[in-house]
Structures are given as C-alpha cells and as structure tokens.
Design a protein around this ligand. Structure first.
Ligand code: PEP
Ligand code: MN
Length: 364
C-alpha cells in the first residue's frame, strides 16, 4: 500500500523544541468564557502548543449539542491572542474549511466520522486546493488502514504537505474497557508505511473515561508518538459533550508531568546493548520456529496414523485437554494465559489443517 506522500517534518509548522506536540482543549467550544478560561489554564501549565475546540460537532444522534458554529470562532481568536497558543478545529465540510480559514484557525483536523467517507474527504480536499494549512487526519471509526491512507492521498492531492495522523481508536461492536479500541498495531503499521507522517495519540477518545487517560497517554509515548491531543475543560463534569473523558487544565498538567517521554535517539552503549538483546531475541525466535517445525512433523505422523486407522481428525476431548493444560503451564511459567490460549488456538488450527491434508492424500 506504499503511497508517496510528500509531508514536511512537524517542526515546519509548529515548534515544539523536540518535545511531543501537545494539543489540548475542550471537546466543544461552549461559550467565550469557557474557551478563554480553559485556554488560560492550559497555557499556564506550559505543556500545550495548540488549543483544540470543536465548533461543529458530529453527533451520533440528532438532538445532542451540535456545536456553536461560526459564533465560536472569534473566541478561539481571542484565546490565541491572549495565550499565544495556536488553534485547531474539526472540519467536515467545505463551508467549515472556509469559515475556519476566514477566522485564522491555524490547524484543521478531519474527524473519524468524516475520514470514513471518501466523498466528504474529496470535498474537503477540493476546498483546500491552493491553501497552505496543516491538516490532521483522524483514523476512520472502523479499523481500515486503506481508508485512512486514502484520506491522506486525497488531502495530499490538493497540495497540502503539512499533515499529521491522529490515532483515536476504533469503535467496538461489544462493550469493552475503552470507548474505542486502540488497536495499536494498526497505527504502528501506519507509522511503518509512512514514517514521515507525524503520529498523534488521542487518548481521550480511546479512553472515554478520565481514569484511563494516563495509561493510554503513556502507551502512546512508549510507541514514540510525535504528539498528543487531549480534551481539557474548565469544568469537565458540566461539559456539553464528552464530559466523562475530559480533564481540568490542572489535572492535565499533573498527568503530563508524570508521563515518561521516551528518547528517540540514544548513545552507542545503549545501541550496543539494544543490538545484543535483539540478537538474543532473533536466536530465540529461530528456536521457537524450529520447535514449531518439529511439532508439525509429529502432527503429520499423527495424521497418517489416524488416516490408516480411519479415525476423525478432530477429537474434542483431546482438544479440551490441550486447551486447559497449556493455559495451566502458561500460568506456572508466568505467561499470560489468554495470550497462550490464543497462540494454541492458532497452532491447533494449523495442526487440523495439516492432518486434513494428510487424510486427503490417501483419497487423492
Ligand atoms: C473530537 O475530537 O471531539 C471528535 C469528535 O473526535 P472523533 O472524530 O475522534 O470522534
Ligand atoms: Mn470529543
């Protein structure tokens, strides 16, 4: 899925002095006072570079607060003039783009519910032709990497070269701990395909609850993300949208103070030790595969034996016993039983496939 996207490094459009880019602010702009007070608090603790505030809110059901619209844009201008923070809003239509630019918004972002729709993204791209403004693109609500990449291709096609990805997680079919499942692997895949595109974590929309913000923020830093976008409100419990996931500016400052930012570069001693440990992992992985290959050869013999005696491939009692004993062994080895169970499901599936192949050899 390699696409050649021309993207300028982050420090071409916002100076963070090597620190992670921090975008913070309320889910929604509600009133001039609320925007200004929140912005002051955020600016005071000194972590943030950009003030976010939703002005047009995509709501799942009609009747919820849908944003103040154009009326709110001068509040952001005031907040910027007073605090020096740059400003960012979500845009979902060409009219939003036009208004945001008219009021001097510094950074635009495309929301998760817009990224899913190529028609919408193309309309936005058309409205951005000839404009020089940074655009951040949230992952689509569903875990579809190509859809996310496609949005970048469309926006890049309009000549935008200041772009960033926002990883906000993916909606869940079932009830889970987080409001949106992070599925970190997908964002890591994105980073691998497009190392030039800054990756910004959105722990707020992953978490859905304040209590989970710190662990998700730390995780994003552990994966060397380039920045964070976090919702902060002067009075979170009274927020008109996303009340349970927002933090006061003070609590935000406190949380960020306790986050470990991992270094991206390191000295030779560290590199040597890293190479040494990675070398050991390479050897162990090789051994793992050799053991797996031996296992498969026993599986093959077992398949032949079952075939010659006309016994079915799958014997449920035996599988139950394998399933339970491996989970017990995992526990005694301090391995996470759920992970080991998943692993053995895969191994068992492959064994069944192999034995079925052996069975059919006779029939062929
Ligand atoms: C938001 O940032 O407030 C928002 C609506 O997020 P998302 O597009 O990730 O749902
Ligand atoms: Mn929100």
């Amino acid at each position: 899925m390699k696409a050649n996207l021309d993207v300028l490094p982050l420090n071409n459009w916002v100076e963070t002095n090597g620190k992670p880019l921090i975008i913070a602010g309320p889910c929604s702009a509600e009133s001039e006072e609320q925007v200004l007070e929140t912005a002051r608090g955020i600016a005071q603790n000194g972590y943030a570079h950009v003030l976010r505030a939703g002005v047009w809110k995509p709501r799942t059901r009609p009747g919820s607060f849908e944003g103040k619209g154009e009326e709110a844009l001068p509040w952001l201008q005031k907040a910027k003039a007073e605090t020096g923070l740059k400003t960012a809003v979500e845009v979902a239509t060409p009219q939003h783009v036009e208004l945001a630019l008219k009021y001097g918004v510094d950074i635009l972002w495309i929301g998760a519910r817009t990224t899913v729709n190529p028609f919408n993204v193309q309309d936005l791209a058309d409205s951005l032709k000839g404009v020089d403004v940074p655009v951040l693109i949230k992952n689509p609500v569903n875990p579809d990497l190509a859809l996310w990449v496609g949005a970048f291709e469309r926006i890049a096609g309009a000549g935008i070269n200041k772009m960033g990805a926002i990883h906000r997680g993916f909606s869940n079919a079932q009830e889970t701990k987080y409001r949106n499942s992070p599925m970190w692997q997908l964002a890591v895949e994105f980073k691998t395909l497009f190392p030039q595109i800054p990756m910004i974590g959105d722990p707020s929309h992953m978490a859905g609850k304040r209590a989970y913000l710190a662990e998700l923020t730390q995780r994003a830093m552990d994966l060397n993300y380039d920045g964070l976008i976090i919702e902060s409100h002067r009075n979170p419990d009274e927020a008109w949208s996303d009340a349970s996931q927002q933090l006061t500016p003070d609590a935000l400052g406190e949380m960020l103070k306790n986050i470990e930012v991992r270094k991206a570069t390191y000295g030779t001693d560290f590199q040597n030790q890293l190479d040494n440990l990675r070398g050991r992992l390479d050897n162990l992985d090789r051994e793992l595969l050799e053991v797996l290959a031996s296992r498969m050869s026993v599986v093959e013999q077992l398949g032949e034996y079952k075939r010659d005696n006309n016994v079915a491939v799958l014997q449920l009692d035996r599988w139950k016993q394998v399933h339970n004993s491996r989970a017990d062994w995992a526990k005694s080895l301090n391995l996470y039983p759920e992970v080991v169970e998943e692993l053995f499901k895969l191994i068992h599936m492959e064994s069944i496939r192999k034995q079925t192949e052996v069975m059919n050899q006779q029939n062929a």
